[in-house]
Write a protein that binds this ligand. Structure first.
Ligand code: T3D
Length: 263
């Protein structure tokens, strides 16, 4: 069923997801997160979806937790944030990382708190020159969550990650490119055309192997070298049995462009 909180559209193998609460910079409520998770889970199981593109409606990408929702009504107890993070945010991060196809974040504006973390959990970040990234948690006396303490040090190194997470300062898209935090920086009016073209390209590639590659990237964060070499050998065996591999080699030898079907 269509939701107003999460807009979706599928075209040529790309699932296009728009976080849609523009009046509050797409800050996240529990119902919105539930819709987002269900959408990601459906995409994960749908062979017709070969790439996912996520953006925000209006001038923001996502401002993290909706702070109005997080604030108890007068006389009511504070909600249990541990339970909330486990229920609302952690499953989304797992769904993004387990998605067996590439996920692109097209960051159109500010990405703050858990909104920045969501972008970091994607495989590619393409950012508009108007985008920015803020580890807003420190500003309100919370700790970074939604995977920020996992992804950010790996993306930018411990020194910059620590500064971002402890100071809560705005990092511009241009700085983010220099830090290696994002894949590509584009002019605002080019964000969606370029991101769509990029996702369209990804959706024509060897999706099955890309999904296995993502598994290896995930595993590399915990494995030692021997375990990682073994995982590569194992999944190379799996990739080598795929139709896409047959097609890739046949196209190479035939000096033609491959036509991958994603399995
Ligand atoms: O609940 C739990 O389980 C804990 C988990 C927490 C995870 C988290 O994500 S914690 C971090 C939450 N996010 C923030 O602290 C960011 C709050 N927002 C801001 O600091 C600023 O809005 C921005 C720096 C992101 C952007 O600033 P600016 O000046 O461009 O926009 P603005 O005027 O502040 O915001 C525009 C509107 O969006 C405004 O509403 P209004 O005044 O027009 O009616 C503002 O209140 C609303 N808004 C922005 N962020 C949120 C929000 N409303 C609710 N929650 C927000 N996070």
């Amino acid at each position: 069923m269509a939701s107003q909180l999460i807009l979706t559209e599928t075209s040529a193998g790309v699932l296009f997801i728009t976080l849609n609460r523009p009046e509050v910079l797409n800050s996240v409520t529990a119902p919105m997160s539930g819709e987002f998770l269900a959408t990601l889970n459906r995409a994960s199981d749908d062979d017709g979806v070969r790439a996912v593109l996520i953006t925000g409606a209006g001038r923001g990408f996502c401002a993290g937790q909706d702070l109005a929702e997080a604030t108890p009504a007068p006389g009511q107890p504070m909600q249990d944030f541990a339970a909330h993070v486990r229920k609302v945010y952690n499953p989304v991060v797992r769904a993004l990382r387990r998605m067996p196809k590439p996920v692109v974040a097209a960051v159109n504006g500010v990405a703050a708190g858990a909104g920045a973390s969501l972008a970091f959990a994607c495989d590619f970040i393409i950012a508009s020159r108007q985008a920015s990234f803020i580890q807003a948690f420190a500003r309100i006396g919370l700790v970074p969550d939604t995977g920020a303490t996992f992804f950010l040090p790996r993306l930018v190194g411990t020194a910059r990650a620590t500064a971002m997470m402890m100071l809560g300062e705005k990092v511009t898209a241009e700085q983010a490119l220099g830090y290696g935090m994002i894949y590509r920086l584009v002019e605002p009016d080019q964000l969606m055309p370029e991101s769509r073209a990029f996702a369209d390209h990804l959706a024509t590639q060897a999706t099955f192997a890309l999904g296995l590659t993502k598994r290896l990237i995930n595993a590399s964060t915990a494995n030692d070298l021997d375990a990682q070499l073994e995982a590569e050998a194992d999944l190379q065996g799996t990739a080598g049995r795929s139709d896409d591999f047959q097609e890739g080699v046949s196209a190479f030898l035939g000096k033609r462009v491959p036509s991958f079907r994603g399995h």
